[in-house]
Ligand binder design. Structure first.
Ligand SMILES: Nc1ncnc2c1ncn2[C@@H]1O[C@H](COP(=O)(O)OP(=O)(O)OP(=O)(O)O)[C@@H](O)[C@H]1O
Ligand SMILES: C[C@H](N)[C@H](N)CCCCCC(=O)O
Ligand SMILES: [Mg+2]
Length: 266
């Protein structure tokens, strides 16, 4: 990234093979525990492998004590040397706004997050911002959400894209459609959907969802992370990430072939 690009926010991660993503990716999900951290780590691993520098920002980490590892630490453990930033940490496993209120700790809002993203984007090729839970989870008393943080980032001149991490099975299509609609209503760019944890033995709904998720999202399926990707002693995480994420995210995964291979005929 050159100085001019850093100044006007037009740098691209073409060098990492992430076509269409301009260096800032907000990672949200259809809910909590759907694999956002694992997906963030997979994207980071491929960017690092392509020689990019990567920062990972968690605006509000909840459910973790002062000495415990948070999501940014997990990304580092899985992907390798990323720069880690956490703006707030609350011990109770709740939405950030609720956890802040109950703990008496300060909230974190869109302005601070956007300013942090801009600072990081000046220093790192790729900035990944992982939300807590789903897109419209509240971070402060005014009800600001991860979507507001992405909008505030855009207002500062960057072009953030959003990645939606979805659960695999029955129930995911509705939340995917709702999340995509909320993004469209705010004119935020949904880059695509990644299934965070693809079961070893996928059921009928999971298999059908491969074809239906892109329709519900109005955006492509950009990856399917297999169950066990975080703990396979035989397969390095970076290799698993490469074969599980689509070329738009720097991998080799083929959505059409995977979907066809899991089609269940009548
Ligand atoms: N593909 C996968 N293989 C193995 N474990 C997975 C996979 N995806 C998710 N998990 C596990 O499921 C749990 C939830 O995943 P993860 O922490 O990525 O969710 P999250 O969406 O980031 O949750 P949060 O809203 O708390 O940030 C973790 O223990 C994680 O290791
Ligand atoms: C504690 C948990 N793992 C996340 N960090 C926070 C999830 C908040 C979800 C709120 C909700 O949608 O009801
Ligand atoms: Mg997480």
């Amino acid at each position: 990234m050159n100085g001019d690009e850093a100044a006007n926010g037009t740098e691209s991660t073409e060098s990492s093979g992430m076509s269409g993503i301009d260096g800032v990716l907000f990672v949200t999900g259809t809910g909590t525990e759907v694999g956002k951290t694992v997906a963030t780590a997979a994207v980071a691993a491929l960017a690092l492998a392509a020689g990019c520098t990567v920062a990972v920002l968690k605006p509000g980490q909840t459910g973790v004590g002062p000495d415990e590892a948070g999501d940014v630490d997990e990304v580092c453990r899985l992907a390798g040397p990323v720069h880690r930033v956490e703006l707030a940490r609350y011990p109770e496993p709740l939405a950030p706004d609720t956890a802040a209120r109950r703990s008496g700790l300060p909230t974190v809002g869109p302005k601070r997050v956007a300013e942090t993203v801009v600072e990081l984007a000046e220093q790192y090729d790729l900035v990944l911002v992982e939300g807590a839970g789903g897109l419209l989870v509240r971070y402060d008393e005014e009800g600001h959400t991860l979507a507001d943080m992405a909008l505030a980032t855009a207002e500062l001149g960057l072009r953030p894209a959003v990645l939606l991490v979805a659960a695999a099975g029955l129930g995911t299509l509705n939340v995917t459609a709702l999340s995509a609609e909320a993004l469209r209503a705010r004119r935020l760019d949904l880059a695509g959907v990644v299934v965070g944890c693809w079961p070893a033995e996928p059921d009928l709904a999971s298999c059908c969802n491969l074809a239906d998720l892109p329709a519900s999202a109005g955006a492509p399926l950009l990856g399917v992370l297999p169950e066990g990707i975080t703990g396979s002693p035989e397969t390095p995480f970076q290799h698993s990430a490469r074969i599980s994420l689509a070329p738009a995210l720097g991998g080799t995964w083929d959505a059409a072939a995977f979907t066809a291979g899991h089609r269940i005929d009548f």
